[in-house]
Design a protein around this ligand. Structure first.
Ligand code: GTP
Ligand code: SPV
Ligand code: MN
Length: 589
């Protein structure tokens, strides 16, 4: 039975049901009883496997199709009316043409299946900053993941009332055919259509599709920002909590930084890090003129490989109950899960991510997919911020950009001002990871970590950043760039990373509050080597100096590469950014 009388919602569902022809329609009310019944049903069909309930209460395992393991950027479209509004970095097709192309793929796609109606909220239900969506899906896996990643159920419909202001999402697994897989956004219609996939970012439509691609368009129109950013609070020994937001590309360390555990002597002095969010931030100018960030999500869809008791104990603890694991190893000895980098004891009797028998003690092949993930409730996180449920979020002192750069980028530098900071974000480049299909380890430009997620023309997006800076004025956060991934000639990481990244965050925060000095370089302000606390890090002063060193010739090459990249944006490129590029070049000479 329908859980709302909202005409706009009911009419749209009727239309989608007429096209997809499900046998039944089930509304998700958000109750634990209903979710538990769905878990049982999914276990009965093999869609989920129940794990050891003593060791991992409420935890389940799911395997996707082997050709459906990551976001598909080449099959992701922004369908606004004019191609020039999608820009050179997005795939585009005219809306009418795309709707016509999708229609046959959805027609009858849910025959013999159930259509689930998931009302969900991005942000605290009923708060002025929340936005609502309804996802229609024929996947129980999607329902159960959405119930972890977002706030779902009757309360959302009650908050929506009879308003037509919600984002429509239609997902059908169809045949899971990669050749007919589409992840499509219609910003003018607040509509998302996803077909022929069953994987994370392609099908959990509240996440990248709504909270970034559609929301970035809403933010442009309404004067706020939707960003691929973690949000964290750093509590210093004086007990003050200062917040930063950081944009790193997919699988480049947001979840790890957001849940950081300080090095031992920092802990002794009273330092603590609070996690507000690990992937998406919605940022608005508050009544006090400062920039405030809130996490619209309710859980974490985190990378499993590499997560362990040393690298990220908080993430590991978060996944010990109420978690869905996707494409990890199933340890048959004790009915638990394993992945590369969890510990040094791969299970002997196991099933790999493809569903084949796997013996980790002898197999040369990986047991877990490199992009295997956990879906875990944010409330499980031992360091979840007391502000996590605060509707307006937290005030941001610093914005941090970063990525995987083996050579060029130093450990940390600060931009000269907001406009230069926007430039620094726009020139971000990073080695690609397994989070999207395609080659891994290839350096590509990924401005603000938003290349796959900006729902409109990237140059207009940069202009929006510049405009936000004008509104914020001297209350704007300071902007920084970090690189945890610099390597030596043998390809080994020079910086220990993880918890030790707090050493860099400490300097960043002190810069924001005029408590630390800096050295001016052609690319921005760098710390004095003696201002980074290395006690207990295992890093010596010479290594740190190497990590901060600039190679002028390499940066001049970089300037040329950036110019070629900027050329793609034609007349829309903000004048300010081309001026910043020329100024950088001049300073390097
Ligand atoms: P998405 O969820 O895809 O947006 O990724 P994310 O940015 O949250 O990435 P995550 O924190 O999950 O990190 C991805 C990978 O980077 C993991 O394999 C980590 O082990 C590794 N990683 C994270 N932080 C560091 C670091 O400081 N140093 C090094 N060397 N590796 C890191
Ligand atoms: C990313 O790829 O940046 C992710 C995972 O956070 S997904 O939800 O699949 O996009
Ligand atoms: Mn992400």
């Amino acid at each position: 039975m329908a859980l709302t009388e909202n005409r706009a919602v009911l009419d749209w569902i009727d239309e989608m049901a007429a096209m997809t022809q499900p046998d039944a329609i089930v509304w998700i009310d958000g109750s634990e009883a209903q979710l538990e019944a769905l878990r049982s049903q999914a276990c009965a069909t093999g869609e989920l496997e129940k794990l050891n309930q003593e060791k991992l209460p409420g935890c389940y395992l799911h395997r996707t199709a082997v050709n459906d393991v990551a976001r598909v950027e080449d099959r992701t479209f922004i369908c606004c009316e004019k191609q020039e509004d999608a820009g050179p970095t997005n795939n585009w097709m005219a809306p009418a043409e795309m709707y016509a192309r999708l229609k046959p793929l959805y027609t009858g796609a849910m025959k013999g299946r159930t259509m689930y109606v998931i009302p969900y909220s991005m942000g605290v239900v009923g708060s002025p900053f929340a936005k609502y969506g309804i996802e229609l899906t024929d996947s129980i896996y999607v329902v159960l993941n959405m119930a972890i990643m977002t706030r779902v159920g009757q309360s959302v419909l009650d908050a929506l009332g009879d308003s037509p202001d919600y984002v429509k999402g239609l997902h059908a697994k169809a045949e899971l055919d990669p050749e007919r897989r589409y992840i499509v956004h219609f910003p003018q219609d607040n509509t998302i259509m996803s077909v022929n996939s069953g994987y994370g970012g392609n099908v959990l439509l509240g996440k990248k599709c709504f909270a970034l691609r559609i929301a970035s368009c809403l933010g442009r129109d309404e004067g706020w920002m939707a960003e691929h950013m973690l949000i964290l609070g750093i509590q210093n020994p004086a007990g003050e909590v200062r917040y930063l937001a950081a944009a790193f590309p997919s699988a480049c360390g947001k979840t790890n930084l957001a849940m950081l555990i300080p090095p031992a002597h920092y802990q002794e002095k009273g330092w603590k890090v609070w996690c507000v969010g690990d992937d998406i931030a919605w940022l608005r100018v508050g009544e006090d003129g400062r920039l405030w960030a809130m996490n619209p999500e309710y859980g974490f869809f985190g990378v499993a490989p590499g997560t362990n008791a040393k690298s990220n104990p908080n993430a590991l603890a978060t996944t010990r109950r109420g978690t869905i694991f996707t494409n990890v190893v199933h340890n048959l000895d004790d009915d638990t899960v394993w992945w590369e980098g969890l510990d040094k004891n791969p299970p002997e009797h196991a099933v790999d991510w493809k569903g084949n028998p796997w013996n980790g003690t002898v197999s040369a092949e990986k047991g877990a997919h490199p992009n295997s993930r956990f879906t875990a409730p944010a409330k499980n996180c031992p360091c979840i911020s007391p502000e996590f449920e605060s509707p307006r979020g937290v005030p941001i002192s610093a914005i941090v950009f970063g990525g995987r750069r083996a050579r060029t980028a130093p450990l940390v530098y600060q931009s000269r001002d907001w406009e230069h900071g926007v430039f620094v974000g726009s020139i971000m480049a990073s080695e690609t990871t397994a989070a999207a299909t395609g080659a891994v380890g290839v350096v590509r430009r990924d401005p603000m970590a938003m290349l796959p997620f900006c729902g409109y023309h990237m140059a207009d997006y940069w202009q929006h950043w510049l405009d936000m800076g004008k509104v914020l004025g001297d209350k704007a956060p300071k902007i920084f760039n970090v690189n945890w991934f610099r390597t030596d000639d043998e390809g080994r990481f020079l910086w220990p990373g993880f918890g030790d990244n707090l050493r860099v965050l400490e300097w960043i925060m002190k810069r924001c509050f005029h408590e630390a000095d800096a050295v001016e370089t052609p690319i921005g302000y760098e710390p004095k080597a003696e201002d980074i606390d290395l006690e207990g890090s295992g890093v010596d002063r010479a290594t740190l100096e190497g990590l901060l060193k600039l190679d002028t010739a390499m940066w001049l090459d970089e300037v040329n590469a950036i110019r070629a990249f900027y050329d793609k944006f034609g007349a829309k490129l903000p004048e300010t950014l081309s001026q910043e590029l020329s100024a950088l070049e001049a300073r390097l000479h």
